[in-house]
Design a protein around this ligand. Structure first.
Ligand code: AMP
Length: 542
């Protein structure tokens, strides 16, 4: 027997319809690339999203076609979240911090039809446009009069020209809720980047979950500052949850330094902020010497890499702000766990509570987790035994877009690549990464990419790249090199070799020459052993 309830697809267009109808005068504030602060309302977001949808129809974009962005967090980017996905196209948020060659590879792999970019990225677009073979239209996210005449980019128009004359009415298509809505590439640790392709259904379920009290606790009383980029896993789903609840949104644009972020938090009475540890380090670094305090900020969600204990303490003890430690990944839309205490933990001494808060947290309803050993056997949740972390749920990928090779799932579970413990209360803690990517300032650096470049040098016999702890960036890459016999290669020459071959921030901080790289039984590099060998090593910048 079936239930007798109405059947209605879960669609992204319903989020913006709701925000307009019930929170039409709710504010959306953005610091723009130009430096000024722009403010308007959810009703304006809705009107301009519909204008964008009309413009995309005018360009004869088909359902499912990819519309790419290279953009900061801002109001036009937000309109694209709703106008592109709502009208049945797929929003592809490209990471502008990638090397131009990677941007080209990804745009071609995604078969992007339109690419919209903030003016900050004009030089990047000028460098790559001729190689992006599927892109038919280039759109600068600016006013018509801000567009220089001689960019050399064909079919370039300003966003305001594109949408300006369009009608503000539009009937959103009644899509199948399983239709693709947006996509985000994860920089693969081996081989090429891989894309998670989200659906309307997965996005809406994630938006509900993200707003729960034990998750980000998002409500109509919040003013939210997503510092986490909209080009990285949809800014952790915050734009969708904000529309679902009518929360005020505050976008920082490109100004992510401590002073700018602090001033925005205070001026816009931000109650909740989200970002990676590096950004918060810059914020606290600005506030402490100036003896500044927050007047409105209540909580901040920190994730993307492990949150240092000192940061949790500083936010709580010095500023009265609760830190919610979060874990997730691109393939998980991204939220998997949030660290909030249970009722029974409230009476624990502060030290015991702190021990829990440092963990990555408990599974959100919708995410199932288990840890397994090499044989795939499920391991106990005792807080001590660690194993490969597997997950499943309706906002976790089934396979990658244009998957090469077999799908990643193991008996229906997605292997995260993380190694973790889970305790009796379900608190998960990451102990290691099974792969050796390096996390710097919240972004991945693929150790394999760095090694491959070194190996391309004629004097290099072997190279291994590992992350070394860094107080500001979490980790910085160091490349360990075995020289070919008779070579006089210097450290400076090795590092210079990286210039132009990878993004600047991915270039290792140091090149260390070693006699040999330790190898395991199957010929794989033993990086754990290499790290042991370098235990007394200090980065040159420290
Ligand atoms: P990404 O897909 O770029 O978001 O990266 C996901 C990976 O970042 C996860 O698989 C973890 O290895 C790492 N990560 C994310 N959040 C945390 C956290 N709170 N603590 C430790 N590692 C994390």
């Amino acid at each position: 027997m079936f239930g007798l309830m109405q059947q209605q697809s879960l669609l992204i267009s319903s989020l913006i319809d709701f925000a307009e109808r019930h929170h039409g005068d709710g504010e959306v504030v953005s610091r723009r690339v130009e430096g000024d602060v722009h403010r308007y309302t959810w009703a304006d977001v809705a009107n301009r999203s519909r204008q964008l949808a009309n413009a995309l129809d005018g360009l004869r974009l088909m359902q499912g076609d990819r519309v790419a962005t290279l953009a900061w967090n801002g109001y036009r980017h937000l309109e694209m979240y709703f106008g592109v996905s709502g009208s049945g196209r797929v929003l592809h948020t490209l990471n502008p911090r990638l090397h131009p060659d990677q941007v080209v590879w990804i745009a071609n792999h995604a078969e992007d039809q339109i690419l919209c970019f903030d003016m900050t990225f004009l030089p990047l677009v000028q460098a790559v446009h001729a190689r992006c073979t599927t892109v038919k239209h280039w759109v600068a996210l600016c006013d018509a009069d801000k567009l220089p005449a001689d960019t050399g980019i064909p079919n370039l128009t300003s966003y305001e020209t594109l949408i300006g004359q369009q009608a503000k009415t539009y009937v959103w298509p009644q899509l199948d809720e399983n239709s693709a809505s947006s996509m985000c590439y994860t920089s693969g640790t081996t081989g090429n980047p891989k894309a998670a392709l989200y659906s309307h259904r997965s996005t809406l379920l994630h938006a509900y979950a993200a707003a729960l009290p034990d998750v980000m606790c998002i409500s109509a009383r919040d003013a939210i500052l997503p510092v986490v980029p909209m080009f990285h896993v949809n800014a952790w789903g915050i734009p969708y949850s904000a529309a679902m609840t009518g929360a005020k949104l505050v976008f920082p644009g490109p100004a992510l330094d401590g002073k700018s972020v602090y001033e925005l938090i205070e001026a816009e009475k931000v109650t909740f902020a989200a970002g990676v540890p590096t950004v918060w380090q810059m914020l606290l670094g600005h506030m402490k010497p100036a003896h500044l305090k927050f007047s409105s900020l209540k909580r901040t969600v920190i994730g993307g890499s492990a949150c240092p204990p000192a940061m949790i303490n500083a936010f709580r003890d010095d500023y009265g702000v609760d830190v919610l430690h979060a874990w997730g990944m691109t393939e998980m839309s991204p939220l998997g766990t949030l660290c909030t205490l249970k009722n029974k933990h409230l009476s624990l001494p502060a030290e015991a509570q702190m021990k829990l808060r440092l963990k990555q947290g408990r599974a959100i309803f919708g995410v199932d987790m288990k840890i397994v050993n090499d044989a795939g056997e499920t391991l106990p949740h005792d807080g001590k035994t660690y194993g490969d972390l597997l997950v499943k749920g309706p906002w976790i990928i089934r396979e990658y877009f244009k998957q090469e090779g077999p799908p990643p799932l193991i008996d229906g579970w997605f292997p995260t690549g993380d190694v973790a413990t889970i305790d009796e209360d379900g608190f998960m803690q990451i102990t290691d990464r099974s792969k050796d990517v390096i996390k710097s300032g919240g972004e991945w650096i693929s150790s394999i990419d760095i090694e491959n470049i070194a190996m391309a040098h004629p004097d290099v016999a072997m190279a291994a790249c590992i992350g070394m702890p860094h107080p500001k960036w979490d980790e910085r890459p160091v490349v360990c090199v075995v020289k070919k016999p008779g070579s006089a290669l210097s450290s400076a020459e090795m590092l210079k070799f990286y210039e132009g071959k990878t993004a600047k921030w991915q270039i290792p901080d140091d090149a260390i020459f070693v006699e040999a790289i330790p190898l395991g039984a199957t010929g794989k590099m033993l990086k754990t052993k290499l790290r042991e060998q370098l235990s007394g090593y200090k980065l040159p910048s420290l």
